[in-house]
Design a protein around this ligand. Structure first.
Ligand code: TMP
Ligand code: ASP
Length: 303
């Protein structure tokens, strides 16, 4: 597979053609954008972090039967994906009231919802992604009734897979946004999940403390990132471990020695898992922390 010319430069990713018209390269940049591109920053290591998180989550979803455009990781910042013709809507599922829903209906952020709520938004920065309903999609020709039903059921299915995955790690999946399309090579075929699933497009709260662990920290200029990393539980580490950016061998060895010295043998595996998980969150939050003036080296005690 050969990476060819740039096709599209989005707010955080760039898409390249390949020598196969059915495949694209999705390149994750360090750019972080909020409020329809009006607030933009470069965050060190964000691209590689999101590339790996996305690969991990897409793998989990595929294993659970949700068809996605993800093919494989190519390198630190590039993933190979199936070329899709996208439906121009964002599909949001909310487990907890937050963000635009809290504002729109005057409901306190953090209010638990008795069941997940689904919303469609029309993708348009110029119009600030307005909330739309099934009729808008159908009558304005953005999607037909079958596609609408499929997008809703796939977005809910993703909730069934990811909510427990995050909950096992002590993290609440508050809400998330998904985008779908048909493979350009199979326009009449099933919808595939496209774009990405990363902390840029979802809300994650620490279950115990309700601290925010996602891009809201960037949107809202929040601090206190490192404390959350240290408190976070280790369960996801066991699952994430293959998706994590690798530490240098020297750092890993130092870390392992410290663990062996300070903890009983029987807990060694758990300790390493904890370190990996903290590194995983450290990458996500560390880049956000950079913007907040919290240097990643504050994590030094973790290795
Ligand atoms: P909202 O509360 O701002 O409507 O956002 C709901 C979820 O969708 C939240 O997890 C963030 C995500 N989202 C995006 O990924 N991109 C967007 O452009 C917007 C508006 C929301
Ligand atoms: N991703 C969108 C933007 O860049 C909105 C957001 O996530 O806040 O502007």
């Amino acid at each position: 597979m050969e990476k060819r010319q740039e096709l599209y430069r989005g707010k955080a990713k760039t898409v390249y053609a390949t020598d196969d018209p059915g495949l694209l390269v999705m390149h994750f940049r360090d750019d972080t954008s909020a409020f329809d591109g009006t607030k933009v920053s470069q965050l060190a290591q964000k691209g590689e972090t999101n590339n790996r998180i996305n690969a991990f989550i897409m793998g989990k979803l595929a294993a659970a039967g949700v068809a996605t455009h993800f093919v494989r990781l190519l390198n630190e910042r590039d993933s190979l994906v199936i070329a899709l013709k996208m439906i121009p809507v964002e599909c949001v599922v909310r487990n907890v009231c937050a963000g635009s829903m809290a504002k729109r209906y005057g409901i306190a952020e953090g209010t638990r919802l008795s069941e997940p709520i689904f919303e469609f938004f029309y993708k348009s920065d110029a119009l600030h992604d307005p909330l739309v309903n099934d009729d808008h999609l159908r009558v304005l020709g953005w999607a037909n009734a079958t596609e609408i039903a499929e997008m809703k059921s796939l977005t809910h299915r993703v909730n069934q897979v990811l909510k427990p995955l995050f909950a096992d790690a002590g993290i609440e999946l508050v809400d998330y946004k998904l985008e779908f399309g048909h493979a350009v090579s199979d326009p009449a075929g099933p919808l595939l999940l496209g774009d990405e699933f990363t902390p840029d497009g979802c809300r994650l709260w620490d279950l115990a403390t309700q601290e925010k662990l996602d891009k809201d920290r960037f949107r809202r200029d929040l601090g206190g990132v490192i404390e959350n990393i240290r408190k976070s539980p280790s369960a996801l580490a066991c699952r994430c471990h293959n998706a994590l950016p690798r530490r240098s061998k020297r750092a890993s060895a130092k870390r392992q020695k410290q663990e062996q010295r300070s903890r009983p043998c029987g807990r060694l595996f758990c300790s390493i898992a904890t370190a990996l998980f903290l590194h995983f969150l450290g990458c996500v939050l560390g880049v956000l922390g950079g913007v907040l003036g919290i240097h990643r080296r504050a994590l030094g005690v973790l290795g």
